[in-house]
Each structure stands twice: as structure tokens, then as C-alpha cells.
Design a protein around this ligand. Structure first.
Ligand code: AKG
Length: 360
């Protein structure tokens, strides 16, 4: 690709974006050709679209409505590993506040943002593009921990003058989505005839707890040759993504990339590797990626329901019998997370390579 230095496209002066500061050029963001996106960010296929689950039906007092809702949820999660959730009840104020605070944080000078830079060994902190673990990704992110002290320290570094407001904004978001995420995994257990807490009991209550990654993808002059996030599956229990109206999230189904259309008031839920193992492969963790565009910036917020670091991840008893043997040997979540972080597996989830690596 001919390096385009500076100039404007889609109203953006790329020289000014974080991504081309220092010695970085556009060439640092060109991926190998086989990784280039096959489907444009807004190429939605209305025939084949991620199912929508109305969670208000699952909260219904009416047994028949609830039972139909549980069946739909189970089928969506089993078939897709992904679903869109409507009527979830998280106040739009909570979401909009973090969205607007996020935009203000990304607008700060790079040196200011870097005061909260992610430290090696941690998933928490600020990172961007070619300098991050997401190497080559056209992505800037603040990853906040549910551990109040950790996040508050981070905010104090980046934006001390707005400390109280930002701290409340991040923690309100994490608290609201944590409640929703626990409700969802409990419903996913009930849908399989299991005790409600079968999956939720693994949720971290100390240490890194659940987290939110606020992601910012500025317009990119070469959206056909790079990605905002490479294909990956998440290591955790579930992820709940709130995306703005721009679009860019895609999931892999039957070897085809499917663009997930943003709908107001809807969040996207995906199964992570840990829930795949706990459900003995009934609920698959699915690869997803983020495709860019050259016109509009995109902001998304990914809430991760994280397992306890010391938890032994083993398929639920009720899902294992002679006909359904254990599909994955048990692991301690900390070991899995460490290996995932070291390798940042490309292609199929880290889950498959993990056992080979351990046995090597
Ligand atoms: O930006 C998105 O829509 C997806 C974010 C994501 O997959 C992640 O942060 O792991």
C-alpha cells in the first residue's frame, strides 16, 4: 500500500490521530492479505442475522412465555454462541454517560492517556494500535477493572480533574452490566435444566473481577487492509457489547463473516471459552472481529464477566454422561488466561491450542 501521510479523508486529518504519532506510519497497520476483511463493515445480511432475545419474556410471570423464552435463548446460544438482547433494563443514562465520557477520554493528548498505560501482565489500562498487545489493530482502548481501587488509580492518572464523575460513570456501568450478565448466565443454566448458579458461581468476586473495555476505532484510510480487532474468541464466561450505530462487529459462522447490525437499545452477548467448557461444548465460544470504515469513528464498550482466577473450570456434572463425555480436560482459569494473553491466538479460539500447548 502506498503510505498516505497526512491529508484528510472522511473529514479526519490522520496525521493528528494517535495511530500515526512518533515513527508509526500507515504501513504499520497493513495486515497480510489473507487477514483482510472479506465483508464490509455495513454489509448486513437480513436473511442470516444474529438472533434477538427479548429478556423481558424470560422475566415473565407466565410459565409458558418464560419457557418459550428459555428455549429461544438456549437455541440462539447453542446455534450461534452470540445473540442480541433487547428490553434488558440497563438504564440508557448509564450507557450513554460512559459512552460520552469515553469520547472525552480518547480526545485527550496521547501523553496524557499514556499515564494509564497497560502494564505487562495486566489486561487493565490504556493501549493503542501498533504499540499495543493488539499489534497492528486500528484500535484505542481504556480497559477498566471492576476493582474500584485499580480503576480509580487509573482515572486519577488520566483525568484527575474529573475524577469523581468518571469513577462513578465506570463503576455504575460495571455494576449494571454485572447484574445483567449474571442474570443471563443463570438463565442459560436454567435453559439447560441446571441449577441457576451452575455457571454464575464461577464469577470473580476479588482480584480483577469483571471489567469493561471502552474501545475507540477512528476512521481508517485503509479499512480493506486492516482490522480494528483481529479474529478472536474471548477467554471469559460471557461478554456483553454495547456498540454505537456505526457497525463493524462481525462474527464467524460456518466459515462466513456475518456483520452484526447495531440496533438502538440492543446489546450483543457472546459466549466465552470458559462457558464453552463449563457447558461441555453446548454453548460455543465464537470468533469475532472488528472491521473499520473510512468515514466515521466507532465506539463500543465490551463488558467481560470474568471467572475467579483460582477456579477449576470443569464441565457441569449434569451435562456429562456416557453419551456426552467430558469434551475438555479441566483447567485453572488463571493458567488459561495467562496462556491466552501470551499467545493472543489468531484463528480458532485459544481453547483448542491450549491443551496441545500444555501437553507439549
Ligand atoms: O468493538 C466491538 O464491537 C467488539 C469488542 C471486542 O470484541 C473486544 O473488545 O474483545
Amino acid at each position: 500500500m502506498a503510505p498516505t501521510q497526512g491529508g484528510t479523508q472522511g473529514g479526519v486529518d490522520y496525521k493528528l490521530t494517535t495511530f500515526l504519532q512518533g515513527s508509526l506510519t500507515l504501513d504499520d497497520y497493513v495486515w497480510s492479505q489473507e487477514e483482510w476483511p472479506k465483508v464490509a463493515y455495513n454489509d448486513y445480511n437480513d436473511e442470516d442475522t444474529v438472533p434477538i432475545i427479548d429478556i423481558s419474556l424470560l422475566r415473565s410471570e407466565d410459565a409458558a412465555t418464560r419457557s418459550k423464552g428459555l428455549k429461544d435463548l438456549m437455541e440462539a446460544a447453542r446455534e450461534w454462541g452470540f445473540f442480541r438482547l433487547v428490553n434488558h433494563g440497563v438504564l440508557s443514562d448509564v450507557t450513554e454517560k460512559l459512552e460520552s465520557d469515553g469520547k472525552e477520554l480518547f480526545a485527550l493528548p496521547l501523553e496524557q492517556k499514556k499515564k494509564a498505560v497497560r502494564l505487562p501482565e495486566s489486561i487493565i489500562g490504556y493501549y493503542f494500535g501498533a504499540e499495543s498487545v493488539f499489534s497492528k489493530a486500528w484500535l484505542e482502548a481504556f480497559h477498566f477493572s471492576g476493582d474500584k481501587e485499580v480503576t480509580d488509580n487509573m482515572i486519577r492518572q488520566v483525568s484527575p480533574e474529573n475524577f469523581n464523575e468518571l469513577s462513578a460513570s465506570v463503576h455504575n456501568y460495571i455494576d449494571a452490566y454485572q447484574k445483567l450478565a449474571i442474570e443471563v448466565v443463570e438463565l442459560m443454566a436454567i435453559a439447560l435444566g441446571l441449577e441457576p448458579s451452575t455457571f454464575s458461581k464461577y464469577t470473580a468476586t476479588k482480584g480483577d473481577k469483571s471489567t469493561v473495555r471502552v474501545c475507540y476505532y477512528p476512521p481508517c484510510p485503509q479499512p480493506q487492509q486492516t482490522l480494528g480487532q483481529r479474529p478472536h474468541a474471548d477467554p471469559i464466561l460471557i461478554t456483553i457489547v454495547h456498540q454505537d450505530d456505526v457497525g463493524g462487529l462481525q462474527i464467524l459462522k460456518n466459515n462466513r463473516w456475518i456483520a452484526v447490525k447495531p440496533e438502538p437499545g440492543t446489546v450483543v452477548v457472546n459466549v466465552g471459552d470458559t462457558l464453552q467448557v463449563l457447558s461441555n461444548d453446548i454453548y460455543p465460544s465464537v470468533q469475532h472481529q472488528v472491521v473499520l470504515n473510512s468515514e466515521r469513528s466507532r465506539l463500543s464498550m465490551a463488558f467481560f464477566l470474568i471467572p475467579e482466577a483460582n477456579a477449576l473450570i470443569v464441565p457441569a456434572k449434569g451435562l456429562v454422561d456416557d453419551e456426552h463425555p467430558v469434551r475438555h480436560p479441566p483447567f485453572i482459569y488463571r493458567d488459561y488466561r495467562k496462556s491466552y494473553g501470551e499467545r493472543r491466538a489468531v484463528g480458532k479460539s485459544h481453547l483448542e491450542s491450549f491443551y496441545t500447548l500444555k501437553d507439549a
